[in-house]
Design a protein around this ligand. Structure first.
Ligand code: AMP
Length: 284
């Protein structure tokens, strides 16, 4: 595996590979890698000739300075894990490489309200930062396929919107949520949970499963109310539990309103913020 920090160097390596007819699969991450990330790497290796993974803790998507400071950074162990899993190139840029013209420059697009709900409501400017960094990374790497996790439902929905809007020639592949044995969705932030908290956090997955079971039996408003209650018992504090149209991310009142329905949640476990989701209804 090649570890590259420098943008021009990466671009010339990739241009050479493309001239040899190789397809490029790209997995952007913020590091502190776990099996969820590795599932994206594996999918990229299955679909493409070359797997490029980036590790960059993007300051512009953090609305909370403390969260940015406490975000785990484990580049050496991440690199070892990537080598073991067949990654060809690790791109680990610095802030100046990604934002040569400053952190206010870069792609800004109207996201048609997709960025105003759920995560966007509670983390102001978060998706402006996500669009800015993913656009810049795609511009540098120019992959054929981009791999993202369903774990960040709103994020991949927004990136698909951006790809369509800008007519970027990139296929977005969304990979399933990897969970710990008791159901907690894997996340780099989980290392900040005590073992006891980690065990108890199974309530997030249980609540999503129960919402799915009840979708045809109970009114949406009742499911939301009960879920909020379950997720607000100490040591947890629910920020939101939403049942939305998966296409528009707008709240739905009845399950007849859409062929694609998703439950999304954000919960504080002490000072750690966890998100999760589950597709409740889909045509497929
Ligand atoms: P992050 O490093 O948290 O920015 O995540 C990088 C990519 O990994 C994103 O596309 C995430 O959606 C994806 N990802 C994070 N956690 C999981 C998980 N538990 N299962 C599958 N994909 C995940």
């Amino acid at each position: 595996m090649q570890i590259i920090h420098d943008v021009p160097q990466l671009q010339s390596v990739i241009a050479k590979l493309k001239s040899q007819g190789k397809s490029i699969g790209f997995v952007p991450t913020m590091g502190a890698l776990h099996s969820g990330h590795i599932s994206l790497i594996n999918q990229a290796a299955e679909n493409c000739d070359i797997v490029v993974c980036s590790i960059f803790v993007n300051p512009t998507q953090f609305d909370n300075k403390d969260d940015l400071t406490k975000y785990p950074r484990t580049l050496d162990t991440d690199a070892q894990l990537l080598v073991k899993n067949g990654t060809h190139i690790l791109f680990a840029p610095g802030v100046d490489d990604i934002y040569p013209d400053g952190m206010d420059a870069g792609m800004k697009i109207d996201l048609n309200g997709l960025d105003k709900v759920m995560e966007g409501e509670f983390r102001e400017g978060h998706f402006d930062g996500v669009v800015q960094v993913v656009h810049r990374l795609l511009d540098i790497v120019k992959p054929d396929e981009l791999f993202m996790g369903q774990k960040d439902f709103q994020q991949f929905t927004i990136i698909q919107y951006m790809i369509d809007l800008l007519e970027m020639p990139i296929k977005l592949v969304v990979c399933p949520i990897m969970r710990e044995d008791h159901g907690l969705a894997m996340s780099s932030r989980n290392v900040r949970l005590s073992p006891e908290m980690r065990e108890k956090a199974a309530i997030l997955y249980k609540t999503l499963k129960s919402a799915k079971r009840n979708l045809k039996k109970k009114p949406v408003s009742e499911i939301i109310e009960k879920s909020m209650k379950k997720l607000s018992k100490p040591p947890f504090k629910a920020e939101y539990f939403k049942i939305v149209n998966g296409h528009t991310l707008r709240d739905i009142k009845s399950i007849e309103e859409s062929d694609y329905i998703v439950a999304c949640l954000a919960v504080w476990a002490g000072d750690v913020r966890l998100i999760d989701n589950m597709i409740l209804k889909t045509k497929k």
